[in-house]
Write a protein that binds this ligand. Structure first.
Ligand code: PRP
Length: 214
């Protein structure tokens, strides 16, 4: 049996992105067949290749990795920027591509004389974006369905993820400014990267190889 410190603990975001990421791990030899069982377990391990997977909320992945509960993980760049996570960003996985953008009502523009009311799930990204332009804003922090805020007149703009643009379109909004491109990143805990450098580097090299050939 492998000693406990030999396991590589991998935090994956629950959902489509995490499932795609798992397929990469599986294809390079870190499979864990029990993960495909249809149950509500959140931890899966394969003693043979020493990997243990945790399914966590996408916005919590970086916290598990930063605190060392997971050695490595897959997380969106939006989360890393918003949480200013103290982790190593090892690879851009080139999946989960979208962008962080400012959006507002179609054809509209905010009144430059008033403090801009910004509804968002990403207060730090929004604050930083407007701070650099010396624009005064008021943050209205929401946790989902951000698009409703300007429609109801609660905010002037939103700062949110735009992937296909369909949500904006269907709610009579449009992107006004792009803030930053987003994609999934392979990250590592700083201490794990030091003390488990060989296995993490090996995993990283294999992932890099497979995404290069995609
Ligand atoms: C995200 C984002 C937008 C939508 C954009 O929401 O907040 O609402 O996806 O995607 P689109 O450009 O392809 O329409 P998510 O699905 O994460 O749900 P949430 O708003 O409940 O967080």
């Amino acid at each position: 049996m492998k000693s406990l410190d030999k396991w590589i603990n991998i935090a994956l975001p629950k959902g489509r992105l995490g499932e795609k990421a798992y397929q990469i791990f599986e294809s390079i030899g870190y499979g864990c067949p029990s993960i495909k069982e249809n149950n509500r377990k959140l931890i899966f391990e394969n003693e043979e290749n020493g990997v243990r997977y945790f399914w966590v909320k996408p916005s919590d992945v970086a916290i598990y990795v930063e605190r060392g509960a997971a050695d490595v993980g897959v997380v969106g760049k939006d989360i890393l920027l918003e949480q200013d996570s103290d982790v190593y960003e090892l690879l851009d996985l080139g999946m989960g591509k979208c962008r962080m953008a400012v959006a507002g009502e179609k054809g509209g523009r905010p009144d430059a004389d008033k403090t801009l009311r910004v509804a968002t799930k990403f207060p730090n990204i929004a604050r930083e974006f407007y701070r650099k332009q010396s624009i005064d804003i008021e943050i209205i922090e929401l946790h989902g369905s951000i698009e409703i805020a300007p429609i109801l007149g609660m905010s002037d703009v939103i700062v949110d993820i735009v992937e296909t643009g369909t949500t904006l379109l269907e709610n009579n909004l449009e992107p006004w400014e792009d803030i930053v491109p987003i994609s999934a990143r392979f990250i590592a805990n700083k201490a794990s990267y030091k003390f488990m450098n060989a296995p993490i580097q090996e995993m990283c090299a294999k992932i890099e190889e497979i995404i290069k050939n995609k």
